[in-house]
Design a protein around this ligand. Structure first.
Ligand code: AHG
Ligand code: MN
Ligand code: MN
Length: 325
């Protein structure tokens, strides 16, 4: 599904990693087809159960998760898997796999029934030395990711990957039945004039976030001296894809309904892979207080605040947290 020219573009020379990335590309192609056909076979709507996070699973959350698990658990290079949709990690029955895959099989699934872009997000880690095959093996900092990526199922299905040598974009080519490269290296502008935040949560935000967004909204007559536009798709993949393509900053901050230090998005399979893709394109990612990829994870489904995108904006938010507003 991905070939040697694609891996050269990615700068990836690890054969096991390349084989797993290739399998993930095939899984994403299958998910794309299941989404496209879902309305005709009764696969939209709820699955009738909640996941470990207490969220009502959509039928397609479960289908996408099953496609990842079926393919990767049998993959000779994979030792274990963890997913947003599964309480615990799964371990392969075969020996010899050296890689772990952690994923959000369907991101933005509230958008499924209204035919708005959704995606899959994934991160690949190495099995730590002396691992006893428990959840602790997955609790690695974002800096230790071997690869990160997402597929966005939009007007086109695109796959965006990094193995640590830049961020590369592929688009599904129907004629060739494969992902073909379209963006050899994303480069993110340091400055931004577009932000993404769910403004309906404004009354719950920390003071620095309130101030940051208020300043943006004052436009060229305010302290920022320029106008900002706003977008909110409610699919992180779609927001990050827009930011990689035309710049901007994405915020899902801590708010007063959450325990101290928490956010909505999950560290291991949302924040970390996106942080790697953004950093490899020249951007930055932070909780406001700490760089996302420096966080030492403590739990598989840990949630963190996320501010990611253009460096100038991430730095601005961090400085506002340091000042207390
Ligand atoms: P998921 O569908 O995997 O649970 O993730 C949804 C996430 C993310 O994609 C998006 O940015 C955010 O939730 C939207 O949250 P709101 O509904 O609070 O706007
Ligand atoms: Mn998600
Ligand atoms: Mn999801």
């Amino acid at each position: 599904m991905l070939d040697s020219a694609d891996f050269s573009l990615l700068g990836s020379t690890d054969p096991a990693l390349n084989r797993v990335l290739s399998s993930i590309a095939s899984i994403c192609a299958d998910i794309k087809d299941r989404i496209a056909g879902a309305a005709h076979v009764g696969e939209l709507g709820l699955a009738g159960q909640d996941n470990v996070q207490g969220e009502a699973q959509k039928a397609l959350d479960v289908i996408a998760n099953d496609l990842f698990v079926e393919s990767l658990l049998a993959h000779p290079d994979v030792a274990g898997l963890a997913s947003e949709e599964m309480d615990d990690a799964l371990w392969a029955e075969h020996d010899g796999g050296e890689l772990l895959v952690v994923f959000d099989p369907l991101d933005g699934s509230s958008n499924i029934d209204v035919n708005v872009s959704v995606g899959s997000i994934f991160s690949i880690l190495r099995v730590p030395a002396n691992s006893t095959h428990d959840a602790a093996a997955f609790l690695q900092r974002g800096r230790d990711q071997l690869a990160a990526g997402y597929a966005v199922y939009g007007p086109a299905t695109q796959l965006v990957l990094s193995t640590g040598s830049g961020t590369v974009g592929f688009s599904w080519h129907t004629g060739q039945q494969k992902f073909a490269p379209v963006t050899s290296q994303y480069r993110l502008s340091q400055a931004a004039n577009e932000y993404a935040i769910n403004a309906s949560n404004q009354r719950y935000w920390d003071a620095p976030i309130q101030q940051y967004i208020a300043d943006c909204n004052l436009g060229e007559t305010g302290p920022r001296g320029k106008n900002f536009n706003m977008r909110w798709v409610a699919s992180m993949v779609a927001e990050i894809h827009r930011i990689l393509t035309r710049g901007g900053v994405f915020l899902y901050p801590h708010d007063s309904r959450m325990p101290e230090g928490h956010g909505k998005l999950r560290l291991l399979y949302e924040a970390n892979p996106m942080a790697m893709l953004i950093e490899q394109a020249g951007g930055d990612s932070s909780t406001g207080i700490q760089k996302i990829m420096d966080i030492e994870p403590t739990a598989l489904h840990q949630r963190v605040p996320v501010i990611t995108g253009a460096c100038e904006e991430v730095t601005k938010v961090e400085s506002m947290y340091r000042q207390g507003s």
